[in-house]
Design a protein around this ligand. Structure first.
Ligand code: EPU
Length: 420
C-alpha cells in the first residue's frame, strides 16, 4: 500500500487542469449498456473507480478500449444475469442495474452494504424499478429486478435525505426503453444527472427536465451509439480551491465550471477566499485572513457532501467557531479523529461538527478512510507545519486523477511512497 509524504506550509501557486467528473463518468459508462452500437466517451478521468467500471462492462460482455481519456464501449451482446459480486466492491457500480433492466428487462447484482460514510440503501432505486413494472426479489444477498415489459408512470423518488443521485440515474436509464411516459418527481438535480441525460438524449432517448426536480422520460424502442464529453469534476475543483486557500496560495482552476459550484464559491467567499471567473477558468486566492463559517450539506444546489471534509479541514485554520452539519450521510465524519491528530479541535454533536479553528496544525501520520476524508487530510497536511504522512492513499486514487502530480505542479512538496 502507498502513502503520501507531505511537507506542509508551502503556498500553492499556478494552474491545475480539472479532470472529467468521476460521478458523471461512471453512470455514463454504464449507460453504454443500453445500446448494441459503439459509444465514445471523452474526458474520462484515469481513476481506479473508472477502471473498475470498465472491468464490469467487459465482464458483462462489452468491448471496452481506453486511450488517453477516451473510452470506447460496444456492448453488442451482454449477459442478463450472473452471480456477479461487483456492487459490493464499488458502490457506484449499482448504476449498471438501470441499463440492464432497460435493455434486457432483467438485472441481478449483489446488494451493496454500508460503507465508511454510513448506510447506503437502494430502496429508492428499487421503488422506481417497481413503479416501471419490475418485480423485485432479494435473496441470499442479491437483488433482482425482472419484468416482461417496462411501462412508464409517474413516481416520487424523494427519500429521508432528499433526492438520490444514482437512484435518479438508474431509473432514468431504465425508463428510456420503457413504453410510454415516465415522470420522476423529486429527482436529483446534480450536474452529473444532467450530463447523463445529455448523453442518453444523444443516444436517441427523449428526456426533458434534467437539472430540475421533475424529469420526464418518453420511452423509445431502442437507443443508438453516441459520443459525449464528460463535464469537469466540480468536487475536484472545489478540493483544489480549498487547498489553495488553506496554504494562502493563488491557483487557477483550468476548465472548472463556476455554474456548478455556486454553493462552494459562496461559502469560500464567506470564509475570506476570493474565487473569480477568468474566461473559462476560475482564479482562487485568499482575501486576507480566513474567517470561520457554518456549512450545511444538502442535495444540489446546496453545499455538496463530497466537499464537507475538505471544508472542515479549511475551517480548522480559521480563527473562531465553525459548525459543519452533515445532512446527506450521517456518519461522514471519519476524518474528524484524523484531523485531531494534526492538532485540530473538533467535537461531534449529532449531525454537526463544531470546529474551534485557528490553532496551527502540525504534521503527523494519519489514515485515509474514504475518498473525500483522504482529500481533507491532504488539504490539512499541505497547510500543516512539518511532515504529514497520509496512509492508504488508494482511497484517494479512486476519485482524484494524479493528485500528487497535480499538487507538485502547484509547488507542493508531496511524494508517493510505499507504506512502511
Ligand atoms: N438514499 C436512500 N435510499 C436510496 C438511495 C439513497 O435513502 O435508495 C439516501 C442515502 O442514504 C443518502 C441520500 O439518500 O442519505 C443521498 O444519497 P444518493 O443516493 O444521492 O448517493 P449516491 O447516488 O449513492 C452519489 C455519489 C456520492 C455522493 C452522493 C451525494 C456517485 C458514484 N456517488 O452517491 O459520491 O456523495 O451521490 O451527492 O455518483 C464520492 O464521490 O465520494 C461519493 C461518495
Amino acid at each position: 500500500m502507498e502513502s503520501f509524504l507531505i511537507k506542509g506550509g508551502v503556498p500553492l501557486h499556478g494552474e491545475v487542469t480539472i479532470s472529467g467528473a468521476k460521478n458523471a463518468a461512471l453512470p455514463i459508462m454504464a449507460a453504454t449498456l443500453l445500446t448494441s452500437e459503439p459509444c465514445v466517451i471523452r474526458r474520462v478521468p484515469n481513476l481506479s473507480d473508472v477502471r473498475f467500471m470498465g472491468r464490469i462492462l467487459t465482464w458483462l460482455g462489452a468491448k471496452v478500449a481506453v486511450e488517453a481519456g477516451t473510452v470506447r464501449v460496444q456492448a453488442k451482446k451482454i449477459k442478463g444475469q450472473g452471480d456477479y459480486d461487483l456492487v459490493r466492491k464499488m458502490r457506484g457500480s449499482i448504476c449498471i442495474m438501470g441499463p440492464l433492466l432497460g435493455r434486457l428487462k432483467q438485472a441481478r447484482v449483489s446488494l451493496p452494504g454500508g460503507c465508511t460514510i454510513g448506510p447506503r440503501p437502494i430502496n429508492l432505486h428499487l421503488k422506481g424499478f417497481a413503479a416501471l413494472g419490475a418485480k423485485i426479489t432479494i435473496e441470499s444477498g442479491y437483488v433482482q429486478a425482472a419484468a416482461k415489459r417496462l411501462v412508464g408512470t409517474a413516481m416520487f423518488l424523494g427519500g429521508r435525505a432528499g433526492s438520490t443521485v444514482l437512484g435518479t440515474a438508474n431509473v432514468m436509464m431504465a425508463a428510456t426503453l420503457a413504453e410510454g411516459v415516465t415522470v420522476i418527481e423529486s429527482a436529483a438535480c446534480e450536474p452529473e444527472v444532467v450530463d447523463l441525460a445529455k448523453f442518453l438524449n444523444a443516444m436517441g432517448a427523449k428526456i426533458s427536465g434534467a437539472g430540475s426536480p421533475t424529469i420526464t422520460v418518453t420511452g423509445v424502442k431502442e437507443l443508438h451509439g453516441a459520443e459525449h464529453e464528460v463535464i469537469p469534476d466540480r468536487i475536484e475543483a472545489a478540493t483544489y480551491a480549498i487547498a489553495a486557500a488553506g496554504t494562502n496560495g493563488e491557483v487557477t482552476l483550468k476548465g472548472a465550471r463556476a455554474d456548478h459550484l455556486h454553493a462552494v464559491i459562496d461559502k469560500l467567499h464567506e470564509a475570506g477566499v476570493a474565487v473569480e471567473r477568468k474566461g473559462a477558468n476560475l482564479l482562487v486566492r485568499r482575501n486576507g485572513r480566513l474567517k470561520s463559517s457554518d456549512v450545511t450539506t444538502l442535495p444540489y444546489s446546496g453545499f455538496p457532501t463530497d466537499v464537507q471534509a475538505q471544508m472542515m479541514a479549511l475551517m480548522t485554520l480559521a480563527p473562531g467557531i465553525s459548525i459543519i452539519t452533515e445532512r446527506i450521510f450521517e456518519s461522514r465524519f471519519m476524518h474528524v479523529s484524523e484531523l485531531a491528530r494534526l492538532g485540530a479541535d473538533i467535537e461531534i454533536e449529532g449531525p454537526s461538527a463544531i470546529v474551534k479553528g485557528g490553532r496551527p496544525l502540525s504534521g503527523a501520520p494519519v489514515m485515509a478512510s474514504d475518498l473525500r476524508a483522504s482529500a481533507a487530510l491532504v488539504v490539512a497536511g499541505l497547510a500543516a507545519k512539518g511532515t504529514t504522512r497520509v496512509n492508504r492513499v488508494y482511497h484517494i486514487d479512486r476519485g482524484y486523477e494524479n493528485i500528487d502530480g497535480k499538487l507538485r505542479h502547484l509547488g507542493a512538496r508531496i511524494r508517493r511512497v510505499e507504506e512502511s
